[in-house]
Design a protein around this ligand. Sequence first.
Ligand SMILES: Cc1cc2nc3c(=O)[nH]c(=O)nc-3n(C[C@H](O)[C@H](O)[C@H](O)COP(=O)(O)O)c2cc1C
Length: 204
Amino acid sequence: MSILRLTCSPQGERSESYLLSQHILHHLAAVDPVRATEVTELHTNSLPHVDEEYAITLGSAVDPEHQEGGSLSLSQQLMQTLAEADYVVIATPMHNFTVPSGLKAWIDHVVRVRHTFQATPEGKVGTLKDRPVFIAMSSGGLVTGGRARQPDFLTPYLRTVFATIGIHNLTFFSVQGTALGATTREAAQQDAHAEIARHFASMK
Ligand SMILES: Cc1cc2nc3c(=O)[nH]c(=O)nc-3n(C[C@H](O)[C@H](O)[C@H](O)COP(=O)(O)O)c2cc1C
């Protein structure tokens, strides 16, 4: 597999964050035409929350011998898909200052002790190989800059969660202020597209 794209907006492929992620994929394909052609799509909005057996297993010292049903099995599939990806692209809106619940559900399935990280006396140590993760984020208000009037728990949260499983190479692009009128929205889109183009041009 080459690219894993997570689409996390309830508006799916009509969403601002999805459209932004399309630009990332376009530039990624130009930079790495060999590996960046195949995209595995995952819509996190339809993922179930982790179940009771999963919670019991994560709180135990060992994994059960058989992990056939429920969240344990889904978690296994999701971890494998992530482990196989050369690139990860995440299209996500900001919901209540952080990630939407579907993306949080995916995180709960893939950040898993004894699988994607080990618990050591020094803390959690990730077991996945590092790889580029590109985040296409959209928010109704402003999140960065002097005019931002809200906290951003999304960016530091994703950095911490991915670092926990061994992935440190995160790059964020955003369209902010989508609720502030068409002019602001279009200017934010243009700025984000230019930033993506600059970023990938520097990778060539
Ligand atoms: C449940 C919910 C919570 C939201 N919380 C925030 C927020 O905390 N900050 C913000 O700037 N926008 C917030 N928004 C607005 C979205 O981030 C904004 O509409 C964004 O452009 C949607 O992106 P999408 O088209 O990719 O879904 C929220 C929207 C929803 C539906």
